[in-house]
Write a new protein. Structure first.
Length: 248
């Protein structure tokens, strides 16, 4: 991978050009960029998603006549900056190249400004997931691969057999290794991450509960509600209503 893939700054001509945007607006963008890089290094998914949601809000001042092109440009730029932050934190180039390639493909596939706005916090989530790998640096490569795969795409049918086949190892061996190194079973880890992700979506989006369940890999909304209540003590609806006031 080229050494300068992530060597970008937010001081590009487009970023600095007023284009109808006043100085406070430009300073806000720089502050958001600094905040985002800090949250990515910390692996603070909620805060990073909030920054991206604010940066790509619908009423933001535009700088190009083609809104879709402008939003895609900003997404590519921010992905490079998030990648640079991860490199500085010690994340291996192999992981950086993988997430960079995946992010660019998703940005390219976005067909409308609204799709870009929806994608922005999702990309921040993915980079935070990769950041958290640093805290698992003593784990065997197999365990780190599983943790990254789970965090990157909870919508997949994530099971022990799925990972055993993906990593070409015996399922019993993989199950025992994961439990030994993390202290919990693979199933427990996947369930916990799904509930955490669902809780985040309940507070940061207006998506229907059924849609949230599907996005975290649980097709049966009733089953989703049961495991969510088991983990949090509240149903998804109760959780959203109870915590909504703290996140307005």
């Amino acid at each position: 991978m080229s050494d300068n893939i992530f060597n970008y700054t937010d001081r590009s001509p487009l970023a600095d050009s007023s284009g109808g945007q006043d100085l406070p607006g430009i300073l806000l963008r720089y502050r958001q960029t600094d905040q985002l890089r800090m949250y990515i290094r910390e692996g603070n998914e909620y805060a990073a998603r909030q920054v991206m949601t604010e940066r790509f809000r619908k009423d933001r001042a535009g700088r190009l006549s083609d809104e879709l092109t402008e939003l895609k440009y900003d997404l590519v730029l921010l992905c490079a900056l998030m990648g640079q932050s991860l490199r500085e934190s010690g994340i291996e180039d192999l992981h950086l190249e993988r997430i960079h390639t995946s992010s660019l493909r998703r940005i390219e596939a976005a067909a409308s400004p609204d799709e870009c706005r929806h994608l922005a916090p999702e990309l921040a989530k993915d980079y935070c997931s990769l950041s958290r790998l640093q805290s698992f640096h003593n784990y065997p490569p197999l365990i780190k691969e599983i943790i990254l795969a789970v965090d990157m795409d909870l919508a997949r049918p994530l099971t022990l057999s799925y990972f055993a086949e993906m990593l070409n190892v015996n399922s019993s061996y993989l199950s025992g290794l994961f439990k030994k190194k993390t202290g919990i079973s693979l199933t427990e880890y996947i369930t916990t991450r799904r509930v955490q992700r669902a809780a985040d979506l309940l507070l940061t989006s207006q998506l229907p509960i059924k849609t949230i369940a599907e996005q975290v890999g649980i097709a049966d909304v009733h089953y989703f509600s049961r495991i969510f209540k088991k983990e949090t003590g509240q149903t998804p609806r109760q959780y959203r209503e109870h915590h909504a006031g703290n996140h307005e």
